[in-house]
Design a protein around this ligand. Sequence first.
Ligand code: PLP
Length: 401
Amino acid sequence: MKPEFYLDHNATTPLLPEVREHMARALETLWGNPSSLHWAGRAARKALEEARERVAVCLSVRHEEIVFTSGGTEADHLAIRGALQSEAVAGRRHMVASAIEHPAVLECCRRLEEEGYAVSWVAPDCEGVVQPESVEAALRSDTALVSVMAANNEVGSVQPIARIAELTRSRGILFHTDAVQALGKTPGVLPGEWGVDLASFSAHKIGGPKGAGALYVRRGLKPMPQQRGGPQERQLRGGTENTAAIVGFALAAELLGKGADGAHGAHVDSGGQEGRDGETAMREIAHLRDSLQEALIARIPGLSVNASGAPRLCNTLSVVLPGCPSDLLVMALDMRGIAVSAGSACSSGSVKRSHVLLAMGKSPDAAGSSLRFSLGQGNTLESIPAIAESVAQVAEAVRGS
Ligand code: PLP
């Protein structure tokens, strides 16, 4: 059988075995509606509130600041639309977003533009870092909200969130960060310490299930609910909660600090700092990533590494292979059992150039010839030379074709 190598953990992660077992038990025993008053409902409610507490402890925030959602995309929408429509910024119709956001944020903001909001798009520097000075220059007297991701999904650049939060706080502007990729892959993912008002998370990027996520909402802020219905989630998000997925999410978050998954780490004890095991896991995965980077540079002429001068997620390696269209590389590597991405998952399958690389000032050719390796659970140091060799052979074949 052909060996299989999965290096696309920023697209999604396999479900951790402990999480799978925990969810299977929850599906059997916690089927009650958490809003029901009777024993079946109370059992589900108890599990749900315990899960909220566990996620809150991981992020070092209060349990009432966690709103469960169906994932990162919904959390982003609730944060951005809900913040703009909140009383806190009533009458202001301008927002600032970075040009390297995930489509979950980009498309939400584009829709807002169509609805008459003004959006200023801030470009990153050439390393994929959104500089606080650039954000500051885009602020206006009617700015209601700034949204800058905590770490980029494609090149892995980690953003100076606490410094941007200082700017917004002093001006009474709300600040949302999409922290979906940051959790478990960079130390100190602590919304309270950052000083942000809103932060989005997703379970399936940390060994949890698809279809569960959370929005951190700073105490005192009341975003406008975007999905109305029952009074669930403190009336911020109507709809019966997905108890099994949420308890799975909470366990995955808790396991980060125990280093259960190679790409895990941002931790989890009551202090909210990284646990030793989580830190070790991040260091190990960074070592794998660096080994792959060195092996690729040694074998492939002309290869360049994106965001190599930025603080990066421990697991992410984005490279440009001049003369090799990304989609051809992805397909050829897939035939060898190697799963990688041409950028964000949402753009793989189409020949779209990376908006992230274009925003970083790369040429259109470079933005169409990039590959993203994102490492995690199951990747080993022993497999690195074979993977690098395959990439080199495939690049040579594509260039020669
Ligand atoms: N934000 C970022 C940075 C992401 O990488 C993703 C998923 O790729 C999302 C948001 C969307 O999360 P979800 O798939 O849970 O909706």
